[in-house]
Each structure stands twice: as C-alpha cells, then as structure tokens.
Design a protein around this ligand. Sequence first.
Ligand code: ZN
Length: 157
Amino acid sequence: MAIRKVVKIGETSLRKKSKPVKDFDEGLWELLDDMKETMYHCDGMGLAAPQVGVLRRAVVIDVNNAYVELINPVILTSKGEDTEEEGCLSVGKFRGRVVRPMQVTVKAQDRFGFEFTLTGEKWLARCMCHEIDHLDGILFVDKSLDKEKYIKNGGKI
Ligand code: ZN
C-alpha cells in the first residue's frame, strides 16, 4: 500500500468523466488499497479514483468507522433533503453548504465484481453523492450554496 498524491482543484483530471471499471484484478485492488490508505492519511471521509489521477469509476468511503468500496456506483433512488457544510480533499480548506438527499440507495460492485446495493442516510448518503459526483467531474463547490463567497475569496473552479 502507498499514499498517493491527491489532485487539487484546477487540474483538468478532476473535471473529466471517469470510465467504468472492467477488470477486477490486482491493478484495481492495489488502487483501492492505496486510495484507502490515502483517505485515512488525509483524514477524509471519502476518496474517488480521479482524485488520485485515475479516471476510473471507483470510490472508497468511511463514514462512522464503516469502510466501504463502491465500484461503478449508480444512484438508484433518493429521498428527502439535507443541507450541511461539505469539504473535499481536492479543494483545500473551503467548506460550503450543499443540499443533498437525506437518503440514497446505490447499486455498485465490490472489488471482486459482485453487485450489491447500499442504502445510506445523512452523512453516508451525502458522502456517496459527493464521491459519485467526482466520477462525473463534478465538485461540491459547483453545487454549493456558498459558491459566490468561494469565488469572491479567490477559489478556483
Ligand atoms: Zn471530494
């Protein structure tokens, strides 16, 4: 396992759409292990592969000490609404309010390719939405209610 460099906002790879994972092999497992180590090292709640410069649809999440890997995740259903301040390892210190669903159910594959669904509420739902956005080149600042303030203070998009 190794800690990888986290790509920062302003770099083009964060804005690209990631490709589906097709090979559930040692290359993927090494990527996931490195992402896990990098996320814990940076004290993050989640990390998406494009944040370490790999344009593949893979994310790791740890909300409330429950580690989960989502490969090729898709949001099946979402319910309700919740507003909280978010941050991102690729954005730096800025935190801003984002409206997200209160509950989402996500379909994904594990590191061996087996499909499963996961329903999360509140922070798990928020984190899954945030990380899945990364796979489509979307950053939380794009959706933040505090986007104007962020830009006014010189924040990059
Ligand atoms: Zn992020």
